[in-house]
Design a protein around this ligand. Structure first.
Ligand SMILES: C[S@@+](CC[C@H](N)C(=O)[O-])C[C@H]1O[C@@H](n2cnc3c(N)ncnc32)[C@H](O)[C@@H]1O
Length: 295
């Protein structure tokens, strides 16, 4: 039920903003599917009041709906803006599902920044998630221009972040940006995800938080998740980005939730969270990040 407490501001709606920010030629079938999925999601989703698990209630109220204007947001905004003004040309080869807009080849950084990777809203959400969970060891699959890695680095400056990027030129460009900012806690590794995961599989390295934002195809997503299992612990959190991006990602999300090691999942439409906490009652949550319940 719509409550007067929640004012729906279309200008501030990240979903509407995301749709409006898409290039015109993208306003096609894909976005109608996305709208349909979003309406279905809204019907199933709850806000904090519908969350009876103390763990989930705290996550929603102290992280998802945290309205604090953190000083780090200014830095995120500056980096986002800086990328949108950067005319450097990079020769790019996407190793994943790729972009719906670009083909491989020469791309201008500002054009990549417009359509690929995290929006400023996504960056702030990620900042808050990392700030809330305080992971010390973070792994990201898919660096691109480093928007999400930067958000995580600011969310917990004491964290050690490894971010993996298969495109050498993108990895080099982003490395240079981070060097300029004097960021010492992000290590960008130029590697294919499989090669990287196979290499760390020889070690017992554990990650407190993993951000999966690389190859948006079904089979590779499931394969990477399987390879990651050895590196997760009871309190690890796995963030799966773009879970409604394509039919393959929707299927991947359904399958990941059912993995025997996953105890709880949260579908926020924009990303999914997977938890492995043995002490938690197994449950799947669907949480509206706008804290608005229209249905
Ligand atoms: C969606 S972008 C990452 C966006 C970034 N996390 C952000 O929010 O700014 C995905 C990146 O993963 C990289 N990638 C895709 N498949 C890969 C693979 N199999 N191995 C290594 N990198 C891969 C692509 O080159 C691309 O830069």
């Amino acid at each position: 039920m719509y409550s007067k407490k929640y004012k729906f501001n279309f200008q501030n709606s990240t979903f509407i903003n995301r749709l409006l920010s898409l290039p015109k030629y993208q306003l096609s079938t894909i976005n109608f599917i996305l709208i349909k999925d979003y309406l279905k999601f809204l019907r199933r989703s709850v806000n904090a009041h519908g969350l009876h698990s103390p763990f989930m209630y705290a996550l929603a109220t102290k992280c998802f709906y945290d309205k604090t204007k953190y000083p780090g947001y200014r830095l995120l905004k500056d980096y986002h803006k800086q990328l949108l003004q950067n005319k450097t040309i990079i020769e790019v080869t996407d190793l994943g599902a790729g972009s719906r807009v670009f083909r491989n080849g020469k791309r201008q950084v500002d054009e990549i920044a417009k359509v690929a990777g995290s929006s400023l809203t996504d960056m702030k959400r990620l900042f808050r998630l990392v700030r809330y969970f305080k992971p010390q060891n973070i792994l990201e699959l898919g660096t691109s221009l480093g928007k999400s890695a930067y958000a995580m680095a600011l969310g917990n400056p004491s964290a050690q972040i490894i971010t993996v990027e298969g495109d050498e030129n993108l990895a080099k460009f982003t490395q240079a940006q981070f060097k300029e900012k004097g960021l010492k806690n992000i290590e960008i590794l130029h590697s294919d995800f499989d090669a990287f995961l196979d290499k760390i599989n020889q070690t017992n390295q554990k990650f407190d938080l993993v951000m999966m934002d690389g190859n948006h195809l079904l089979e590779p997503t499931l394969r990477y998740f399987e390879k990651l299992q050895k590196h997760l612990h009871n309190d690890s959190v796995v963030i799966v980005d773009d879970i409604y991006w394509s039919e393959e990602m929707k299927t991947a999300w359904q399958k990941l939730k059912q993995h025997p090691n996953v105890k709880q999942s949260v579908d926020t439409f924009y990303f999914g969270l997977l938890f492995f906490r043995e002490e938690q009652y197994p449950q799947d949550f669907v949480v509206n990040l706008n804290s608005l319940n229209l249905f």
